[in-house]
Write a protein that binds this ligand. Structure first.
Ligand code: NAP
Length: 259
């Protein structure tokens, strides 16, 4: 059993919904001090109430991860309120679908800013706090889409998620001097508000194409994030783990049908 993270100071961006909320819930049960950062105040408040009931000392922060100043302020205020910073979960992200023939430069830039530039912003903002603490953990939510698989409509999204994996390699080297690790979780298809927006047909077809025959639960990702944040994972950095029920494994439809 990993040592408890009780009392650690944790930030989860995009913690008001979906995977971020699942990550927050798993950390909340450890009794951490937690900041949930997102844009929608009502959804943040609902998540904060849930996390407090689950065992965390929880607070919310309205923050737009595409805005460097907003991220800096959120991270500094979280560290001030929580007595420093131990764990940053850089999770906020979007996945609007648009095929390249219709994709505008603004579409591309918006996804890159929300998913990739934001990762840099939050890690940069956290560095002084990890330096002060003498240690730290960053867990990035990437995806199988981009680094491993493709899906029409998600060229920009896939590029942003692959970009996060490129980012963590050099970030791991730069963060090492602060005794801080950075790793990524690569979810497959996880049931979230965002994914449900893609419709019933998408969810059904997707579940059928996964060897474990179900979509993932947000806590499946939370558990992987908790491991990377644990003391026991202290010698792992710049790495990634796929959490997808085996989705990327079948070589063909026939291979999938034969299990
Ligand atoms: P979701 O249910 O739509 O939740 C997204 C979260 O990010 C919300 O809390 C949202 O809150 C926040 N957010 C979005 N834009 C933001 C911004 N500009 N500033 C601050 N917060 C922002 O999505 P999800 O499915 O949980 O996805 C979360 C992460 O998991 C993303 O990085 C995504 O790429 C990754 N992922 C998801 C899946 C999946 O199957 N669901 C698979 C692979 C990877 P506000 O809207 O209030 O800001």
């Amino acid at each position: 059993m990993p040592k408890s993270l009780k009392g650690r100071s944790v930030i989860v961006t995009g913690g008001s919904k979906g995977i971020g909320r699942g990550i927050a819930r798993v950390f909340a049960r450890e009794g951490v001090r937690l900041t949930i950062a997102a844009r929608n105040r009502a959804e943040i408040d609902a998540a904060v109430a849930e996390m407090a009931a689950a065992g965390a000392t929880a607070r919310g922060a309205v923050c737009d991860v595409t805005d460097m100043e907003s991220v800096q302020r959120m991270v500094d205020e979280a560290a001030a309120a929580q007595g420093g910073l131990d764990v940053l979960c850089a999770n906020a992200g979007i996945f609007p679908q648009v095929k390249m023939v219709e994709m505008s430069a603004a579409d591309w830039d918006h996804v890159m800013a929300t998913n990739l530039r934001s990762t840099f912003f939050s890690v940069k903002a956290a560095i002084p706090h990890f330096e002060k603490r003498g240690k730290g953990r960053v867990v990035v939510t990437s995806s199988i889409t981009g680094p491993v698989t493709g899906y029409p409509g998600w060229a920009h999204y896939g590029a942003s998620k692959a970009g996060q994996l490129g980012f963590i390699k050099t970030a791991a080297m730069e963060l090492a001097r602060y005794n801080t690790t950075i790793n990524a979780v690569m979810p497959g298809n996880i049931v979230t508000e965002g994914l449900q927006g893609l419709g019933e047909d998408y969810l059904k077809t997707m579940a059928a194409s996964i060897p474990l025959k179900r979509l993932g639960d947000v806590e499946d990702i939370g558990n992987a994030a908790l491991f990377f944040a644990s003391d026991e994972a202290g010698y792992i950095t710049g790495q990634q783990i796929v959490v997808d029920g085996g989705q990327i494994l079948p070589e063909s439809l026939e291979a999938l049908a034969s299990i």
